[in-house]
Every structure is written in structure tokens, then in C-alpha cells.
Design a protein around this ligand. Structure first.
Ligand SMILES: Nc1ncnc2c1ncn2[C@@H]1O[C@H](COP(=O)(O)OP(=O)(O)OP(=O)(O)O)[C@@H](O)[C@H]1O
Length: 337
């Protein structure tokens, strides 16, 4: 069953047309001419209960605008959006009870209050029942390691600490859907890993549906099996991460490190191409040889066996297509990069 339904979604922003020249700023203010910008230009996708989907795109692609429409912060210009049976812009409060939102760059915590009091206030605001509130706080304190800074005013928290506090705040009401906009931006390696672990557990163990917007492709590799890739307000790809790689970067490479003095003899296997090193049988050992193949044409164990049968090898490694290269290629083909 779909928990999120987005169909033909459009968001157009209008801003006053800037007039150049003498007194331009003043004339801009008084001339009622507008230019419109389609930040979201007819997007369709649906997300099933319990899914964890990466929502990706270059700067200005329309990701935050989409998330704001899902959160009920913005009203769509056209199209349909529904989250857990609620149309967010029509019923903001009902929608807010079903969702948790974390915007990496902004905090929803009270700046002057200690984190503990800030969470307490939010718990009361959401109407979280006391026993459940205490259970949740104990759980978040443990898994997000909040203990050391629960009594520190929010304004004095480091970015990583504040983000963990924000995540706890978003999860207090045990929302069915969690929207995370750049949740790992600016975090150090340890904090980033802790954040990812929390998101993964929340999704797997609690069944929380997660829509994750990020520029960090390690977040995607680690957390998402499905991605929706957008550019200029339109969907470029919606599907499996692995299928995306095999469609846009179907080849893998086997890198063979030959022992000193071992010449490259080649391998006679269909679908395997030598792309680097190995200037033919009898040549002086080039040291390292790269073989390119598509997994559906040739199986890795067979290639390894064929290499080992003819050579003395000190090391073998497989290079998988990386997501960053694949996505860069898609953007370049669509004219975004
Ligand atoms: N309130 C607004 N008024 C006018 N234009 C806006 C407004 N908000 C966003 N835009 C424009 O809409 C487009 C999409 O912006 P959006 O913030 O959704 O992109 P994004 O994919 O989240 O980008 P980033 O990765 O940089 O955060 C951009 O061109 C942006 O300048």
C-alpha cells in the first residue's frame, strides 16, 4: 500500500521582475511585473509503507520544494499530493501528526532552552502521552547518545549534537513518515555514521517510512535500495540503485597484479576485454592489468580462474561502478552538469 502519492505535482514560484538601469531597485518595487519559476514541474512517484527512498538531484533541482509540499509547508500550484491519506496543505495539523521532518540546515528546537527542556516542550506540543514520552526519551538518549548534552542550551550545541537533538524531536511523536533533508551535512565521520545507523534501525525495526534528501552518496549506498533522481523539477530515474548502476555503468573491472617477471598471457573468455596493461603474450610483465566485463556476459569466478591458470598473481581486486560516476553521467546526459 502506498503511504505517499505524488501525481503531476507542480510548484511555481513568482518573484518580481528585476529592472536594471537608473533607479532599477525602486522601479522593480513599483512595477508589477513578475517572472515565474517552475521549481517542480510535473513529478510523479509513490512510496510504500516501510520504504526508505533517496530523493536526489543537483542544487536547485526541486528537492526541498517537493519535501515542503509533502510536509504541508507549501501549497502546490497543480497536481496531487497525499501522505498517509492526508492532503498536507489542506490539513496541515493532521499531516503534522503523521510526519517527522528534519531540515539539516535549520533547527526546530528552542534555541535558548536546554535540549532536555526543548524536547519536553515539543513532547507536550505534540500531545505525546507521558509514559510514552519517557520511554522515547530514554531510547533516543541511548541510541543517539544525547546524555552528555541534554542539559546544554541548544544554541551551544555543536552541529552534530544539534542534529541528533533534532532527529529525536522529529521522532518523539513516532511518526509514520520521516522526511530528512540533508541530515548528515557538516557532520564528522562518527556523527554521520551514528545518524545513518539510527535512520537504518528506525526504518528496519520500527517500520518508519523514510524519504531522504542528500548530496552524500555514501548515505545513499548505505541506506537506500531505491532512489528517485530529479533534475529541473522532473523525475529522471525512479528505481533500484543496483539496476541504475547496471543500466548506466554495466561494466566491472578486475585488476590483476602480476608477480615480478610474470608476463601477461591473456585470457580467452568471451565478453572479457583487456583495457589497461598486458601488451600481449610474451611481453614484459606490465605489473598491473585491468580486465573489463559485464557480469551478465562473464562470471567473476571463471575470469579469476582463467587468470590464475596462466599467471603468477600477487593481488586481485574488483572495481564496481560507483554511484557518483553513474549519477554524474545521467546529469550530464540530461544537461544538468
Ligand atoms: N521561495 C522561493 N521563491 C522563489 N524561488 C524559489 C523559492 N524556493 C526555491 N526556489 C527556486 O526553486 C528551485 C528549486 O529549489 P529547491 O530548494 O527545491 O532545490 P533543491 O533541489 O532542494 O536544491 P539544493 O540541493 O541546493 O538544496 C531553485 O531554482 C530555487 O531558486
Amino acid at each position: 500500500m502506498s503511504l505517499i502519492e505524488v501525481a503531476g505535482l507542480v510548484k511555481e514560484f513568482r518573484r518580481p521582475k528585476r529592472i536594471d538601469g537608473p533607479l532599477g531597485a525602486l522601479r522593480t518595487l513599483f512595477t508589477r511585473q513578475y517572472v515565474s519559476k517552475r521549481a517542480v514541474d510535473g513529478i510523479d512517484f509513490s512510496v510504500g509503507e516501510g520504504e526508505l527512498v533517496g530523493y536526489l538531484g543537483p542544487n536547485g533541482a526541486g528537492k526541498s520544494t517537493t519535501v515542503k509540499m509533502l510536509a504541508g509547508i507549501l501549497r502546490p500550484t497543480a497536481g496531487h499530493v497525499e501522505v498517509a491519506g492526508v492532503v498536507p496543505w489542506k490539513e496541515r495539523e493532521r499531516n503534522a501528526r503523521n510526519i517527522g521532518v528534519v531540515f539539516g540546515q535549520r533547527s526546530q528546537l528552542w534555541w535558548d532552552l536546554p535540549l532536555r527542556d526543548s524536547l519536553e516542550t515539543m513532547g507536550r506540543l505534540y500531545g505525546v502521552e507521558r509514559a510514552r514520552y519517557r520511554r522515547s526519551i530514554a531510547h533516543f538518549t541511548e541510541v543517539l547518545m544525547l546524555g552528555a548534552f541534554l542539559d546544554t542550551p541548544v544554541r551551544q550545541l555543536s552541529l552534530g549534537q544539534r542534529m541528533r537533538g533534532d532527529l529525536a524531536a522529529a521522532m518523539l511523536s513516532e511518526p509514520r513518515v520521516l522526511f530528512l533533508d540533508e541530515p548528515t551535512v557538516g557532520l564528522d565521520v562518527v556523527a554521520r555514521e551514528r545518524m545513518r545507523e539510527f535512520i537504518a534501525v528506525q526504518n528496519r525495526a520500527q517500520g518508519t517510512t523514510v524519504v531522504l534528501t542528500t548530496h552524500d552518496l555514501d548515505d545513499v549506498e548505505r541506506l537506500c535500495s531505491r532512489i528517485v533522481l530529479i533534475d529541473s523539477g522532473r523525475v529522471l530515474y525512479d528505481g533500484d540503485v543496483e539496476k541504475l548502476k547496471s543500466r548506466y555503468a554495466p561494466h566491472r573491472q578486475l585488476v590483476v597484479q602480476l608477480a615480478d617477471g610474470s608476463p601477461w598471457q591473456g585470457v580467452d573468455l568471451p565478453g572479457v576485454e583487456c583495457v589497461r596493461g598486458g601488451a600481449g603474450p610474451g611481453s614484459a610483465g606490465p605489473g598491473s592489468v585491468s580486465l573489463r566485463f559485464a557480469p551478465e556476459d562473464a562470471r567473476t569466478p571463471e575470469i579469476v580462474a582463467a587468470v590464475l591458470a596462466r599467471h603468477t598473481v600477487t593481488d586481485l581486486s574488483i572495481i564496481e561502478p560507483d554511484l557518483e560516476g553513474v549519477i554524474h553521467r545521467i546529469y550530464s546526459e540530461s544537461g544538468a552538469a
